[in-house]
Design a protein around this ligand. Structure first.
Ligand SMILES: Cc1ncc(COP(=O)(O)O)c(C=O)c1O
Length: 459
């Protein structure tokens, strides 16, 4: 079909305002035109290994006909019908049943949203409903952590702990409380991992006691903090914080927007990897492998029962495109690929090799820390590897390394002085070798450039 709008020359500078973009960029953006497998092709025709899977989301890789066909078939059958006021559709019902079966414990109730921010926003608003319905309207304070990212609505941005993002925008100050970072690499000199873990768990307990448990609705946490620098908390931390929440009647929201759908080798990681069954799991991204927007929160039956005190409770909250039939059809096709291609097992098998190959980067200048789990990793760059002295933020080392990678055909995600890596889960061993090889070259090039500029590395 001819479309008059497809003949124009691509130029976005005047007409597009990008998320985290400048209001008046000097140049047009670089475009991605197509993708296949683990690769994308940019506007100049350069093929790039997508080491970040879009934005931690294209889990089954690009150009999956099964997903495209499922979406097309659903669009022809029923492209949309509202999910409001107990109106259902076929794909979202099937998807709810599949996710409830996969979720831990009694997490059986699905509330669909349009993405991760709206999933977390919904989870927090559900806790507001719980507080109001149970005659404790003051029990609405939330505890979160430095470096967390939970989204970009007013409420979820308030819960995020990437403080540089708040420089020019307002947040809700009164009900949200941030704990310190849980980055083991930045723990105090000489402190053991166990002592660090215990201190971080104790910090949560102290905050709950300080605020008064009767005032604290919930603790929201990513199992691994993704865009906050791929921070893997110490072993036992999740269990410890979960037990503290249980002790004080504080609800636990596990934000699995990045860690779900195979990234850590399981559909959900909370229980399978970290041994906790939260009150709410939120998810998005890998749910459809990013083919179309969709998010969800999975609520426990017990939480729903506790909220529905008189059997008449209503959750007056939702989005037009929630439970969108085309998105849910895409998610069902995506889940089928994850299962039939045994991508969960693939991630569990490949992960040790992936992390071991990345570990080899520690031999290079600049590399202070390499960390990760499953197919999610971060490399942190420092000026001095012995003292862990950070590089000046102005040097934008993450961006420099990412730019060197890009020139060599690899996309990684710059996150301050860190680069994040989360390739599509279909990546092979050989492709891991290519990824790590390019990253190593890029780090060497970035280190050489800094040295040429007179920056002394390692003292
Ligand atoms: C852990 C986490 N939670 C929530 C979100 C927000 O999801 P969305 O951008 O789909 O609204 C993100 C996005 O990157 C995320 O990484």
């Amino acid at each position: 079909m001819h479309n008059r709008f497809l003949n124009t020359t691509l130029s976005d500078r005047q007409n597009v305002l990008h998320p985290w973009g400048r209001l008046h960029p000097a140049e047009d953006s670089s475009f991605m035109l197509e993708g296949d497998g683990i690769h994308v092709v940019d506007g100049q025709g350069q093929a790039l290994l997508d080491g970040i899977a879009g934005l931690w989301c294209v889990n089954v890789g690009y150009r999956r006909r099964e997903i495209a066909e499922a979406m097309a078939a659903q669009a022809m059958k029923l492209p949309f019908y509202t999910a409001f006021m107990e109106s259902g559709n076929e794909p979202s019902t099937r998807l709810a049943m599949a996710l409830a079966a996969a979720a831990p414990g009694d997490l059986n109730r699905l509330f669909f949203t349009t993405g991760g921010s709206t999933a977390n926003d919904s989870a927090i608003r559900f806790l507001h409903l719980l507080a109001n319905n149970t005659g404790r309207p003051q029990k609405k304070h939330l505890i979160t952590r430095a470096d967390a990212y939970h989204g970009s609505t007013f409420l979820t941005a308030s819960c995020s702990g990437k403080f540089s993002d708040r420089a020019d925008l307002d947040v809700l100050e009164t009900q949200v409380h941030h704990l310190g970072a849980v980055n083991p690499y930045r723990r105090p000199e000489g402190m053991s991992m166990e002592a660090f873990r215990d201190a971080k768990v104790a910090e949560l307990e102290a905050k709950i006691v300080e605020l008064g448990p009767e005032n604290v609705a919930g603790f929201i946490a990513e199992p691994i903090l993704a865009s906050g620098g791929v921070v893997v908390p110490p072993a036992g931390y999740h269990r410890g914080t979960f037990d503290v929440c249980r002790k004080y009647g504080v609800r636990y929201i596990s934000d699995e927007v990045v860690t779900g759908f195979g990234r850590l080798g399981h559909l959900f990681a909370s229980e399978a990897v970290f041994g906790i069954t939260p009150d709410i799991i939120t998810c998005a991204k890998g749910l459809t492998s990013g083919y179309v927007p969709l998010g969800a929160m999975v609520l426990s039956d017990a939480l729903c029962a506790a909220t529905d005190v008189d059997g008449k409770a209503v959750f007056s909250h939702g989005f037009t495109y929630a439970a969108h039939p085309v998105a849910c059809a895409a998610a069902l096709a995506n889940l089928e690929i994850l299962a039939t291609e045994q991508l969960y097992a693939h991630v569990r098998e490949l992960s040790p090799y992936f992390l071991e190959r990345l570990e080899s980067l520690r031999a290079l200048p600049l590399v202070g820390d390499v960390r990760g789990m499953g197919l999610l990793a971060g490399v942190e760059f420092v000026q001095n590897r012995h003292t862990r002295q950070a590089l000046s933020a102005e040097l934008a080392i993450g961006k420099r390394v990412a730019a060197e990678c890009r020139q060599r055909g690899l996309i990684v995600r710059p996150l301050g002085s860190i680069v994040g890596i989360s390739p599509p889960l279909i990546i092979t061993r050989e492709q891991v070798d290519v990824l790590v090889g390019i990253l190593a070259e890029a780090i060497r090039a970035a280190a050489d450039a800094l040295t040429r500029d007179g920056i002394a590395l390692d003292g």
